[in-house]
Design a protein around this ligand. Structure first.
Ligand SMILES: NC(=O)C1=CN([C@@H]2O[C@H](COP(=O)(O)OP(=O)(O)OC[C@H]3O[C@@H](n4cnc5c(N)ncnc54)[C@H](O)[C@@H]3O)[C@@H](O)[C@H]2O)C=CC1
Ligand SMILES: CC(C)CC(=O)C(=O)O
Ligand SMILES: [Mg+2]
Length: 359
């Protein structure tokens, strides 16, 4: 007997539109193969929503999100806003607002290298082999949500980096619980030598750590962590960190998995789950059909596992991605000088290969 689930799809902007179509197709194929009933609705957010309604997160999208069992999101962003920092209404505000409104405080970003992609990274294969890191990025606090100010003369600006004890406690607990199911190591990343918000972070993580004596705890400053990630990624198991540091470190960590186009994420918290690639709308390749759809497809796999508890189905998707890579197919971002030209393909051909391997 299958399950019935309502999924809201928010493709967003740029390559978000191109790759999310494949995340959705994979979910539909899984529903068909396993006799589940997945109902899809679509919502707008980001630049497309500003163009249509003037609002980067229309109330209608938020309402649909609240009523859904899970959300599959692509990316938001447009060069127009990146090139004009004076614009007040911006696509990113939609994403920040939906995260806050839905209470999605824990952003899980798994960094797992498919062996087939050992040669895709700019890091040496012997450093990468066996890397498997799970990031817990706090998602509804920090400098992204603190008070913003600009003086009347426009010459001085500030963004408040702010954390409350309860925010650190709840993300730390999630990280420790996950570590227990993995290699029992947590590395908490902060800048406690300089920032008061980080000193609170470290204090709270030290307290939570006492509840998990079976889990090894390490505290690391963000600057050192950025270096250690590339020097020796295998030393990390679970990493827990704030919103800003997590955002930056995981883009860096995408190189451990070969490309930004490989990294999926799950945002969880108080209500429905929200699944998205970690990448943005990628103006440089948008509209060209070149984007790697695997991060969206792997985000769909996370949805099946985390929100729906469908572990077999989730594994089926991951195996289909693995099989596609083993057959040698590559989008441009994960190809290298040894890849045969005939095996390098665009978004739709790559998504199609994964679908074939699902059946
Ligand atoms: N979650 C979101 O919606 C995010 C939105 N953004 C927005 O996206 C826009 C572009 O930002 P960028 O800093 O350029 O970051 P980005 O993540 O869009 O792109 C960074 C680089 O990675 C490449 N890349 C990203 N995804 C790829 C994929 N699936 N396949 C192949 N290559 C891929 C891009 O071509 C680019 O060279 C901005 O407007 C930014 O605000 C940025 C990050 C996250
Ligand atoms: C565009 C930002 C709001 C977020 C971001 O870069 C991310 O979530 O990775
Ligand atoms: Mg980011």
């Amino acid at each position: 007997m299958g399950v019935a689930k309502k999924i809201l799809v928010i493709p967003g902007d740029g390559i978000g539109q191109e790759v999310t179509a494949w995340g959705q197709k994979v979910l539909s194929a899984i529903a068909e193969n396993f006799k589940h009933e997945f109902t899809f609705e679509e919502g707008i957010m980001g630049h497309v929503a500003i163009e249509a309604t003037g609002n980067p997160l229309p109330d209608e999208t938020l309402e649909k999100a609240r009523k859904s069992d899970a959300i599959l999101f692509g990316a938001i962003g447009h060069a127009k806003y990146d090139n004009d920092p004076t614009l007040k209404v911006r696509p990113e505000q939609g994403l920040l607002k939906i995260r806050k409104e839905l209470g999605l405080y824990a952003n899980l970003r798994p960094i797992k290298l498919f062996d087939e992609l050992l040669e895709a990274s700019s890091i040496k294969p012997e450093i990468l082999r066996g890397s498997d890191i799970l990031f817990f990025r706090e998602l509804t606090g920090d400098v992204y949500f603190g008070e913003k100010n600009r003086t009347a003369d426009r010459n001085t600006a500030s963004d408040l980096m702010i954390y409350h004890r309860y925010e650190v406690e709840r993300i730390a607990r999630k990280a420790y619980e996950a570590a227990r199911t993995r290699r029992s190591k947590v590395c908490s990343v902060d800048k406690a030598n300089v920032l008061e918000a980080s000193r609170l972070w470290r204090e709270v993580v030290q307290e939570v750590a006492k509840e998990y004596p079976d889990v090894e705890t390490e505290h690391m400053f963000i600057d050192n962590a950025a270096m250690q990630l590339i020097k020796d990624p295998k030393r990390f198991d679970v990493v827990v960190t704030g919103n800003l540091f997590g955002d930056i470190l995981t883009d860096e960590a995408s190189q451990i998995a070969g490309s930004m186009g490989m990294l999926a994420s799950a945002s969880i918290g108080d209500s429905t789950g929200f699944y998205e690639p970690i990448h943005g709308s990628a103006h440089d390749i948008a509209g060209k059909g070149l984007a790697n759809p695997l991060a969206s497809i792997l985000s769909a796999a996370l949805m099946l596992d985390i929100s729906f508890g469908l572990k077999t189905e989730s594994q089926r998707v991951i195996k289909a991605v693995e099989a596609t890579l083993r057959q040698g197919y590559r989008t441009m971002d994960i190809a290298n000088k040894h890849t045969e030209n005939a095996l390098i393909m665009g978004t739709d051909a790559m998504g199609g290969k994964v679908l074939e391997n699902l059946n």
